[in-house]
Design a protein. Structure first.
Length: 598
């Protein structure tokens, strides 16, 4: 195939929607985004966020945007492979893949044309094929074409005669779709999706087509017998694992700030502490001369990911910054903060409200999962991720986004008292038990700890506020994101939420959201959010939803009350219970804001 551009996506989508391993349906072809080993990167597109680089052990990040070279735009910035390889002719229903002699690639239109003998579409000039509707995947992230020939011949691939795929158009279900071979073999696709799908599909092939045609995982697949057929565009076909950090100037060490002020390309060329001493002595890095050079070299190694780190907590430095808004009160800072008043009557529940009039977030893609969403949490990297490279690189794809936000911190003593209530403890234990059961059902996925009652309270508050913000500030609910700060570590107690807009385009810094945090508007915002959470159109069923009875991770939470868009939620709408916020039709024993908004 040609290397010419066949479509385009926004840079932010490369991290959140169409990253390596994801299938993209373009106008004429269906492709899978290639691993970053094959990406063309330009130093002009490099992004730097020291804290995130240290946590992910990389030297830098790269944006996926095209770059200008010699007066023209570089095309095909992100390489792709054809996937699925099987194509269907809408005219003669021929099902084939490249190499079988029944397809022809049209360079001019970037299309695959049917070249099957007798296809009536050929007489009209051309018959553009369509990508096959089904693929197979496993929870380890492996992906392959649906085994059409193997499937229709009940486990044999000896026959090489022409296949066809057609619909009976009788029931409107997958049972209508049938595969037929010229040898006479035929089979309904429904058997690949029913209870006997394990016997109908062959074991996992361990293929990783985003890393190259025929690329196979060298390690055994722990989910070999769990191959699943799914639609090509299924939403559970690719779950990105993204790590992000806010640009917190005050959180960096003095040495880190000094290094950031230097030329990044020159810093990257330093290969030893002796070279560093020589360059500093020549006056190349005047900002580093005041520090012990051994400490500077250690910091450089940490920034590159070549030295062990004592602390890679991304949230704690941000929490400290929000706790000292006066230290980030300059408009020139990437994190520009301003204190706001706590609403009257909530001094015993809220500790502070901070307006983030300007913020910068860097989001980096570190891997992905299929079938099931990644484990909860934002600390470290979950094991078992599908890789986005064959060989580990010293960089990751990322996007830099700017926005505005409102930070709300709960009073620690009030949260601690609330956590100790017997009813709250019982509810947390029920949710923890169901979360453990949910993880046990997903064999091979390393378990993570239940985040605790504190997280459920903060997460539910964030969702309630997101829904109300979208009504009052003009932003869509999907463009408002949450960042939860929750910890019961005695040395790092946190209980707060940041609600912010962060978009790679102009939407995200228009001022409509941060204005709602002002003393004249925030009380009404919070009150209306809590009032809305107290009632749900699905009550009493929703309010009375209990984890230990109804076998779900959430309690009182549904799409009619506090579930949010998955682009807004950091844990895929898990760990929610509006009973923790306000009194509902079911109970008032675990409401943190009991009586305030009634």
């Amino acid at each position: 195939m040609s290397s010419r551009a066949i479509g385009d996506v926004r840079p932010s989508q490369v991290v959140t929607t169409f990253g390596p391993g994801a299938i993209v349906d373009l106008q004429t072809l269906s492709v899978i985004v290639a691993g970053i080993d094959n990406w063309i990167v330009d130093d002009d597109d490099a992004l730097h966020e020291p804290r995130l680089q240290r946590a992910l052990r990389v030297e830098r990040f790269f944006s996926a945007k095209p770059t200008e070279r010699s007066g023209f735009t570089k095309q095909g910035t992100i390489p792709t492979y054809l996937f699925p390889r099987y194509q269907v002719c809408p005219v003669c229903q021929t099902l084939s893949k490249p190499g079988e002699g029944l397809l022809k690639y049209e360079e001019k239109w970037s299309e695959l044309l049917c070249a099957a003998p007798g296809c009536k579409g050929r007489g009209k000039g051309r018959a553009s094929t369509l990508p096959a509707p089904f693929i197979v995947a496993c929870p380890s992230g492996h992906l392959d074409d649906f085994p059409w020939r193997w499937y229709v011949h009940q486990g044999s691939e000896v026959c090489t005669k022409r296949l066809s795929l057609y619909s009976a158009a009788q029931t409107g279900t997958v049972a209508d779709i049938r595969i037929k071979c010229e040898c006479g073999a035929t089979r309904s696709a429904s058997e690949a999706f029913g209870e006997g799908r394990a016997a109908a599909l062959r074991p996992c092939t361990r293929l990783r087509p985003w890393l190259g045609v025929g690329e196979q995982d060298p390690t055994p697949c722990p989910h070999s017998a769990e191959t699943r057929a799914m639609q090509r565009g299924a939403t559970n076909g690719w779950f990105p694992v993204v790590r992000s950090a806010l640009a917190v100037r005050e959180a960096a060490t003095p040495i880190g700030i000094a290094i950031a002020a230097c030329n990044a390309k020159q810093i990257e060329k330093i290969d030893s502490v002796e070279t560093l001493r020589t360059l500093v002595a020549l006056g190349m890095f005047p900002s580093l001369s005041e520090f012990p050079l051994d400490d500077v070299w250690t910091t450089i190694l940490q920034l590159r990911g070549d030295a062990e780190l004592q602390d890679i907590d991304l949230r704690w430095p941000e929490w400290l910054a929000f706790g000292d808004p006066a230290g980030a009160s300059r408009e020139s800072y990437e994190l520009f903060l301003e204190s706001a008043a706590v609403p009257w009557g909530l001094n015993g529940l809220l500790h502070r409200v901070v307006l983030a009039r300007k913020l910068l977030e860097v989001r980096a893609l570190v891997g992905f999962t299929r079938i099931d969403a990644p484990p909860a949490g934002d600390v470290g990297l979950p094991a078992g991720l599908a890789p986005i490279f064959r060989t580990r690189q010293n960089w990751l794809p990322a996007v830099e986004v700017r926005g505005e936000g409102i930070f709300v911190e709960l009073l620690e003593s009030a949260v601690a008292e609330w956590e100790a209530r017997p009813a709250v403890v019982a509810r947390a234990n029920a949710m923890a038990e169901m979360f453990a059961q949910w993880q046990a059902e997903r064999e091979g996925v390393p378990p993570v700890a239940f985040p605790g009652a504190r997280y459920v309270l903060l997460h539910s508050l964030a969702h309630a506020l997101i829904r109300q913000l979208s009504l009052d500030c003009g932003y869509s609910a999907s463009s408002v994101r949450e960042r939860i700060y929750s910890s019961v570590d005695p040395a790092r107690r946190m209980a707060g939420v940041l609600l912010y807009t962060a978009s790679a385009d102009s939407e995200g810094s228009l001022g409509g959201l941060v204005d709602l945090g002002s003393p004249s508007r925030f009380p009404d915002l919070l009150r209306n959010a809590l009032l809305s959470a107290a009632r749900c159109s699905s009550d009493p069923l929703c309010a009375d939803h209990q984890p230990d009875v109804h076998a779900t991770i959430n309690a009182a939470a549904c799409h009619a009350c506090i579930l949010a868009s998955e682009t807004s939620c950091e844990v895929f709408n898990r760990f929610l219970d509006r009973n923790t916020l306000v009194a509902t039709m079911a109970t008032d024993q675990i409401a943190f804001f009991k009586g305030w908004a009634e």
